[in-house]
Design a protein around this ligand. Sequence first.
Ligand code: ADP
Length: 294
Amino acid sequence: MSVIEVNGLTKMYGRTKGIENVSFSVEEGEIFGFIGPNGAGKSTTIRTLLSLIYPTSGSASIFGKDCMKHAPEIKKEIGYLPSEVFYYDNMKVIDLLNYSASFYKKDCSHRIQELADRMDLDLKKKIDDLSFGNKKKVGIVQGLLHSPKLIILDEPTSGLDPLMQQTFFELLKEENQKGATILFSSHILSEVQRLCDRVAIIKEGSLIKVEKISTLKENNYKKFKIETKTKIDPNVFSKAGIKELKTEGNVISFLFKGNLNPILKEIASLDVNNLWIEEPDLEEIFMHFYQRES
Ligand code: ADP
């Protein structure tokens, strides 16, 4: 069964386009990535799913129920972490979390303590005194404390240090193994690759592609940068599969897709000073890989 179904969703903010004709579905038990650069329409889609804003046209359902008509009922089973968490209160963390927990008809106190321990969050502190990263942790605990069936996270990792990010990803994987479905938005492809089964790629309000991460990786360009001791003829790299060949002094760079062995042999025959092989970032994938589709 699809947990989330989005059908031809469009949202206009006056004359500004938020999203246009977006359709996708998320299956039960999936970790689904929602990826695109800033301003692509990720938050707009997510806010519509949570009926925080109303669509201009199209429809969306969660657990088979219309998101607008059944919002209060649906929300009980959702854990949501907004992209920006704002708390102006003079409240203690524990008081805020108990208040959040009071919306659900279950005892969440044990889970709150457990999550706080894992995330290294001091429940006795006042929210005002917390750093940005610690406020984010409060948001995470708030989103997970009722063991929701569906977890929706909007750019959840911004502000978390790498170690905490890892703990957070472990928590999400555990929730997923217990059966939770997860929708995870990000503009950072590498973190989505680590966690998700499938991704929807959104750009300028329109969905470009829904793809398995494994397929995305296979079809991906890698960025090569080679620094040699002496200047070499870039034509040694004029092989099929190479794009954007550039030379700058003793540095050659290019994008490559395909069998790595011939390229590595070519590099091995050079007098190499330094070598970088990197995954392209999302912007580059959009530029070089999705040009046709968009
Ligand atoms: P993302 O979450 O991918 O960064 P958003 O959904 O926030 O993207 O934004 C999509 C588009 O809608 C952007 O062009 C943005 O400027 C516009 N937009 C978002 N929220 C509003 C709003 N409240 N009023 C007007 N335009 C908005």
